[in-house]
Design a protein around this ligand. Structure first.
Ligand SMILES: [Fe+2]
Ligand SMILES: [Fe+2]
Length: 175
């Protein structure tokens, strides 16, 4: 039995049930893609892209709902990562199947960092304002709005290079 590329551990858990469930699926799918034979890679990447779009979209909807100040940074990183995955998918379709491994290795390095920083901050904030996915969150949204009004937003400003977007290191940019 081969060792999975990235092992789920409690270190990746953020004490946010919905997010943790999605992240567990992300890790499982990543491991699955990493273990696929070349002739199944493209279909595996398509499943992975679909799941990742939903995963990122879910977090972005939450951030939008309570006008999370650092949403800009977080969304920017999601967009960069998805762009890299889609580019690799395109090149795999063109026959560069070896890029699949470059991509999955890069994502296995990227994900714990993203989960431990941007997603962890988001999960903590959701807990602080009492936001529960799927519940009536009007009180939580009011708490967030009051907090935003009371202080200058601590987020990073668009254009400033303070986000530290950590897309997987140019997996799709081999020459
Ligand atoms: Fe996430
Ligand atoms: Fe995220």
């Amino acid at each position: 039995m081969n060792k999975p590329l990235l092992e789920w551990s409690e270190a990746l858990a953020l004490d946010q049930q919905t997010m943790d469930d999605t992240h567990r699926e992300f890790v499982e799918l990543l491991n699955r893609v990493a273990a696929l034979p070349d002739n199944e890679l493209l279909a595996g990447l398509d499943d992975f892209i679909k799941h990742t779009e939903e995963h990122f979209g879910q977090e972005e909807r939450w951030m939008q709902e309570f006008a999370f100040p650092p949403a800009h940074c977080h969304q920017g990183e999601h967009a960069n990562v998805l762009e890299v995955i889609r580019e690799v998918r395109k090149r795999v379709a063109d026959g560069q199947v070896q890029l699949g491994k470059t991509l999955t290795d890069a994502l296995a390095e990227w994900f714990p960092q993203h989960a431990g920083s941007m997603d962890a901050i988001l999960a903590l904030y959701m807990k602080q304002i009492g936001y529960v996915p799927g519940a009536d969150n009007s009180a939580a949204i009011a708490v967030a709005a009051a907090a935003n009004a009371a202080q200058a937003a601590p987020g990073c400003s668009p254009g400033a290079d303070a986000c530290g977007h950590g897309a997987p290191a140019e997996a799709g940019q081999q020459s």
